[in-house]
Each structure stands twice: as structure tokens, then as C-alpha cells.
Design a protein around this ligand. Sequence first.
Ligand code: NDP
Length: 404
Amino acid sequence: MPHIISRRSFIGTSGALAATLTTTAGAASLQSSTTARLKGLPLPAGARLPATPPRRKRDDSVGIAIVGLGGYALNQIMPRIEQAQRAHISALVSGNPEKLAQVGTAYGVPADARYAYEDFDRIAADDRIDAVYIILPTAFHADFTIRAFAAGKHVLCEKPMALSSAECEAMIAAGRRANRTLMIAYRCHFEPYNVEAMRLMRERAVGAIRLIRTDQSYRAGPTTPAQNWRFNRALAGGGPLEDYGLYGVQSALYLSGEMPDSISATTFQPKGDPRFTEIFAHVGAQWTFPSGAVAQLATAYDSAGANFGQVRGTDGTLIMDPATSYSGQRMRIEGRNARDFTPGDPTVQFAGQLDHFTSAIRDGTPILTDGEMGLRDLRLIEATYASARTGRTVRLAPDGRMLG
Ligand code: NDP
């Protein structure tokens, strides 16, 4: 059916279609007590700094400015940049001058390549910087992306791409104007288990897909929106859906190979809990696909931990548990083609993501996880909140825009 083909094609060719898209924001009914303000934080607990600075390996290595020296940057990304084929850290951007000096020394970044947020626009004149990797709270992704493009740099931006589809569109437009690369750091596209799962589902290893279930949840300790940006509406949006739950959104899309045509959702915001004065604690959604398949997505900051993906087809069930972690993935099929899978080391996803980005910059290869993919996902997030707010099923166009 043409309807199905167009939705499937959007998964693969979203970039071509997105040029014609318009904004349809569906903001959540949440109140924020603050506006988003940049703020330097102390060195995160358990931060791993290298004993000796990593070496640049190749002449064509891409110089990257890391923007935001938080937990993910320091503990996951920066220690693994050396494993990438042609990327090196050439500059740092931070709001904490002591941490900037300490991390700069450990990574061998010269003092004149260490920037404060207010100096960010000066990177335009710094030829050591080819690209920036934005690892800031979500509220700052759009602004720093647009400013990096204005400075003539390429951008790798952490997920979620931004707080709204309107911001995503502005980021994409800025990249086009500057003729620079924009990639969203959806690391699972470079992780062997998830890549193998995509391949298996394309080859109908469980038959025709009937039901997808995802659950990305954990129970957060005591905190408040002032203490933790993830619980702050102005900095993070609606909460777990944009953060952990986005892995479930992504999985449901790349495992089904389809765009949903409807979403119905519920949100839960417990009263009197200081963690959830500005964000939702739980989000649950049901999607329908043109093929007849259904996806059930759950995500929470206030339930026992889960990082789970399951695809049930007519002939068997794919089970991924944990599904999207940094390491330790497990995957099996039950049913007719029953077997366990061990397709590779999940930790290569970090370097693989960077290799993909630097190939696009140096060789002009296409970006798989581009701005249009980030925009598509923000549209689905907005549709989820719109459904929860109105109590109605939201119908979707093939590009994820709400039809009403
Ligand atoms: P952290 O809270 O650990 O660090 C965020 C950093 O952002 C801070 O250290 C600070 O850097 C900077 N910052 C600037 N303004 C603020 C502010 N107002 N409040 C808090 N921090 C501020 O966050 P994470 O490292 O966990 O997350 C950063 C980004 O990475 C997010 O987009 C998140 O979604 C993404 N992420 C992605 C993951 C993945 O698996 N792909 C996993 C974890 C996070 P400084 O002190 O240097 O100024």
C-alpha cells in the first residue's frame, strides 16, 4: 500500500522529506520555576581523567571542541575519543574555570583552547576546531548548535536534539545555511546488538511484527529541579520521555522500520513529590503502525529499573535486555529461529559514532542520525504529550506531524 511505503521510506529518507516540514509544537502542561541559565558544575564524582594526554593519530584527524564537561562527557565520551580513527579533542568549553584547567591539562588541551561559555563565539577564529560536540542540558542544544554553525564549525549534538520541533527546525536551517554537518548522537545506531537487531527485523527473523514493547526506567534519588537539570522543565522538557525514554522511541522506530500513524499516551505527575514539581514521573504510550503492528512504550524516573526491548512477531520474539546500555547488552530470539546473539562489543558504539561523524566531514558520507531524525523524534514526543494532555488519540502524518 502506498501509505505504508511512504511511512517506511520516511525512516530511511527523512532528510529529503523534512525540507518541506512545518512546526506543530505540542508543549506539555508543565510549569517551570526558572529560565534556563548556563552554570558550571564541579568535577563529577568518579570522573576518570587520563594519566597522560591522548595523542592525535592522523593528519586528517578532526579537531573537536567538547562543550560541557559533565558526567557523560567526562566519564563516557572523552576517555573513548582516542579509540576513534580520526578525532581528537582540540578545545574545551565549560562554565567552571577550575575544572576547565584540570581537564584541559589532563587531556593536553592548551590554555588558549579552553573557552568559557561567554567566549564561545570566539571559536570562529580557532582553526584547531573543526567541529563541536555539544554535551549540555537539552535547553542549550539549539543555541550552541546555531552559534557553532555561525562560527563555521560542524556539530555533533547530544540527544534529545532540542526542547521542541521548532528548535530542531531552526538548527537544521542553520546547518544548511552554513553548509556544515549536523549529527545527533544516537549512539545505538553504532552499537552491534542494536545494529544486528535492525538487520534481523528487516529480514523478518520473527515473522511479521505484531507487538513492540520498550521500557526505559529507573528510580531517581531525592532531588529537586534546582539541584538536577533533568528534573527542571526549562532545562529538560517534560522529563523521562526526552531522556531515557527516547531510547524506546528510537527502538520502536528502527525495529519496526515504520512511522506510527497514531499515538495515545498518558503521563503521571505525583503530587507533593519534590522531584516531580516540574516534570512527569511516568509516561506511557501506545503507537499503531500502518502495518497493523502496535508499540507500547513506558518510561519512568520513579520505578524499578528497566532497559528492555521486545519485538513479537508471527513466528517468534526478539528480546533485548538490557537493550540500549553502554555495555552488557543481551539479545535472543525465542520461537522458530530461537538463538542467542553476541554480535560484538557494545562499547565500540562511542568510537563508531565519532567515526561516522568524521567520515561525513572528511569524506562527505551521509549522516545516518541527522537533524531530520532528531526533528522526527521531537514531533513524536510532542504528539505523546498532546495525547496525554487532551486524553485523545493523536493521528500522525508520515513525517510525524500531528494531524489533529
Ligand atoms: P551533567 O549534569 O552530568 O552535565 C551537564 C554539564 O552541562 C555540566 O557539567 C555543565 O558543564 C553544563 N551545564 C551548563 N549549564 C548547566 C546547567 N544550568 N545545569 C547543569 N549543567 C549545566 O549531564 P550529562 O552529562 O548527563 O548530560 C549532558 C547531555 O548529554 C544531555 O544532553 C544528555 O541528554 C546527554 N546524555 C547522553 C547520553 C547518551 O547515552 N547518549 C547519556 C547521558 C547524557 P560545565 O560544568 O563544564 O560547565
